[in-house]
Write a protein that binds this ligand. Structure first.
Ligand code: SF4
Ligand code: SF4
Length: 234
């Protein structure tokens, strides 16, 4: 995974292997960082955003680790923020201690090479818009979310937060709905769930494995920690 790319060529790759072991052959300065391993060790989930941000700061010096700390703690106060800061700091230290390979300095563009506004700028052949359904992001998955429907309050936050619309809401009917209602009433009597959740017992949240890429955002957003990220067995 490429996390940061500077114009003069620094690439950060999320991997426990070195660039040589991966077989990356380039003039560009390539740093590898086991962001998934760090995130699992410190955050307890394979959410690598802040870890890669720390690595970016360490490798490029474009942003300071103190700015990252302040921003993360302002956005995520409490324990979640603290563990994310620890992960960012670890990645920062690991990348700053990696010796930077010399790389070619890119010459600045000559004035004449910059097209005038009136000149036609050639279009770049990126992918066509509106093709997200055709992109089977499920193929990227290493971890998958497991929903605990006994705890679930049916708030729908996981579904709203999924960037790939990979969580479907299903309404149970017939005997399945009756069984879900009976189970919810038992849980309410035991004091595990509240009445509001019993009323929505017929609702189920289910994963669409074709599009779930295992990012863990839903697990992070679930207010009752009712989603656990599990290692996919392939
Ligand atoms: S792990 Fe990510 S992609 Fe998968 S359901 Fe959760 S939020 Fe969506
Ligand atoms: S965020 Fe958690 S509690 Fe809310 S619907 Fe999803 S699994 Fe249930």
């Amino acid at each position: 995974m490429t996390a940061g790319l500077k114009p003069d060529g620094i690439v950060i790759v999320n991997s426990e292997k070195s660039a040589d072991e991966i077989g990356i052959d380039t003039e560009t300065d390539v740093r590898t960082i086991d962001a998934t391993g760090i995130a699992l060790e410190i955050i307890g989930r394979p959410i690598v955003n802040t870890t890669l941000l720390g690595a970016f700061a360490g490798a490029t010096g474009e942003i300071s680790i103190d700015s990252i700390k302040q921003s993360v703690l302002a956005r995520f106060p409490g324990k979640i923020g603290e563990v994310n800061v620890q992960a960012a700091e670890k990645a920062y230290q690991l990348t700053t201690s990696t010796k930077r390979k010399p790389h070619k300095k890119i010459k600045s563009r000559k004035k004449s090479a910059i097209p005038k506004q009136s000149e036609k700028i050639p279009t770049v052949p990126f992918g066509k818009p509106g093709t997200s359904e055709a992109t089977r992001t499920g193929d990227w998955r290493v971890f998958y979310p497991e929903f605990d429907m006994d705890q679930c309050t049916r708030c729908g936050k996981c579904q709203e937060s999924c960037p790939d619309a990979a969580i479907n809401e299903r309404t149970l009917t017939g005997r399945d709905a009756e069984k879900a209602q009976e189970r919810a009433e038992e849980l309410e009597k035991a004091g595990t769930i509240k009445k509001a959740a019993v009323k929505k017992a017929h609702i189920r949240y289910e994963l669409n494995p074709t599009y779930c890429k295992g990012c863990g955002i839903c697990a992070n957003e679930c207010p009752i920690q009712g989603i656990k990220m599990k290692l996919e067995e392939k």
